[in-house]
Design a protein around this ligand. Structure first.
Ligand code: GLY
Ligand code: MN
Ligand code: MN
Length: 437
């Protein structure tokens, strides 16, 4: 759990960067309709939650450094016993102050009357444009109305500045409390992968394996952090497969990419295992190349190394491995140059991980790859995919898709693989699959 004092610290840090004369505006995620009268499960906007710790929709956080009546203003839904009888309790402005650290709070229904008065005092508005088009329009409307008043003595901010750069840089470095949330999320996902491996056997449908994940997530009070990918046989080669409706057969590989979310922090883990508990020689050969690539990438992560070093290392290992198996031809340098390996490894080796599965934070600073620093968390997930019908590849390799994905923290001394308790070695996987089937 992230406690109230950490949320205060985050706001203070952000306000230091915004500075006097600036005002930061963050809207909550809007609730979204799925179909008639049914909403999608509500998930708070990550930036808004990072700054407020507040779970409710229809809220707006305003950070106004130096504002005499209070620097942190929260607009939220007013108490309403009748609505609360249907939808559950609301904090209301009183608890927004008492429990969520707002220096001042107002009902969201008053925003048109109050927010322009705060904007009027500011020179610069810090806001992330484009993420919430409806709110963009309202905010531009408030500022334009102030400008149009134009009478002597009135004032309107004359600059819009992206809030995301400073906020996302802040989010890139995980605190001890955030790492606690990530560790919990990873631990539950590791348990789910173990459970699914143990219960796997030929004849089950992919959705039955998906159900093992959902069971384990919900049993722990968590939800998936993205649609689980449960791809058997040729479906393992479809990167964003999520139909999960094929019956698994003896001899298939099964690729499962599934993680969950604890207090808004995501895990993102992939394992690939033989449905029957035994790799065929071809499956094992490809698996070992991916495992070597992952090992090479992990060894390339250390403070001071740049973002792309793990990817370069994984690409190198995949090229060497696929040449050894006769799947790629040419010198390693030529294959790296002409990008031929991308037919089989068409995604990057990882991404930042945090409140968003593909978390925020720049990968480059200027035109240079970012240097890794302690507190950054990333995935390491090389893969090889050879769909059926791939031209120029012997048939015995076709239909094999393998990815191995772990979640990794950069530490002062090197790395900590957060998901290290989940088997990766082929023998360990074979020993686990089917043991509870
Ligand atoms: N599960 C999405 C990804 O691995 O990036
Ligand atoms: Mn993944
Ligand atoms: Mn990933």
């Amino acid at each position: 759990m992230v406690n109230a004092s950490e949320f205060t610290r985050r706001r203070r840090q952000l306000m230091r960067m915004i500075g006097r004369g600036g005002v930061g505006i963050l809207p909550a995620a809007p609730a979204k309709l799925r179909n008639r009268d049914v909403e999608y499960p509500y998930r708070q906007d990550s930036d808004f939650y990072y700054v407020t710790g507040f779970h409710e929709p229809e809220s707006i956080a305003v950070l106004a450094p130096g504002r005499p009546q209070g620097e942190y203003v929260l607009f939220c839904r007013d108490r309403d016993p009748q609505r609360e009888a249907w939808d559950g309790t609301r904090a209301g402005p009183e608890r927004a102050v008492a429990e969520f650290g707002a220096s001042d709070a107002f009902p969201i229904s008053d925003v048109d009357d109050i927010l322009p008065g705060i904007l009027e005092q500011a020179e610069r508005v810090y806001y992330t444009m484009g993420a919430n088009p409806e709110f963009d329009t309202r905010l531009i409307g408030w500022v334009t109305a102030l400008r149009n008043r134009g009478s002597p003595g009135t004032h309107a901010p004359d600059a819009f500045i992206g809030l995301e750069h400073m906020l996302h840089d802040q989010r890139l470095y995980k605190s001890r409390a955030e790492l606690g949330c990530l560790r919990r999320s990873v631990a539950v996902a590791v348990g789910a992968h173990r459970r699914a491996m143990a219960r796997c056997r030929p004849g089950l449908y992919e959705y039955e394996i998906e159900a093992e994940f959902l069971h384990e997530f919900r049993r722990n009070g968590l939800h998936p952090s993205y649609l689980p990918i449960v791809g058997s046989g040729p479906n393992a080669c479809v990167l964003h497969y999520s139909a999960n409706n094929r019956r698994m057969q003896d001899g298939d590989l099964l690729l499962v990419d599934a993680g969950c979310e604890s207090d808004c922090y995501a895990s993102d883990i992939t394992r690939t295992w033989p449905v029957s508990g035994r790799f065929t020689p071809e499956q094992r050969a490809i698996y070992e190349v991916v495992l070597e690539a992952q090992g090479a990438a992990l060894r390339a992560i250390a403070p001071g190394n740049h973002w792309n070093e793990p990817h370069d290392a994984a690409v190198g290992a995949i090229i060497r491995g696929l040449r050894r198996l006769g799947i790629l031809e040419g010198t390693p340098a030529a294959i790296a140059r002409n990008g031929d390996y991308r037919r089989f490894f068409m995604h990057r080796t990882g991404h930042w991980l945090g409140m968003d599965v593909h978390d925020v934070g720049d990968y480059k600073v200027g035109d240079q790859w970012r240097l890794l620093e302690p507190g950054m968390v990333m995935t390491v997930e090389p893969g090889i995919y050879i769909p059926p019908g791939t031209r120029g590849v012997a048939r015995r390799w076709q239909g094999i898709g393998v990815r191995i994905e772990d979640d990794v923290l950069v530490t002062r001394g090197g790395i900590e693989v957060l998901s290290r308790n989940l088997p990766r070695e082929p023998e360990e996987i074979e020993a686990l699959v089917g043991t509870a089937a």
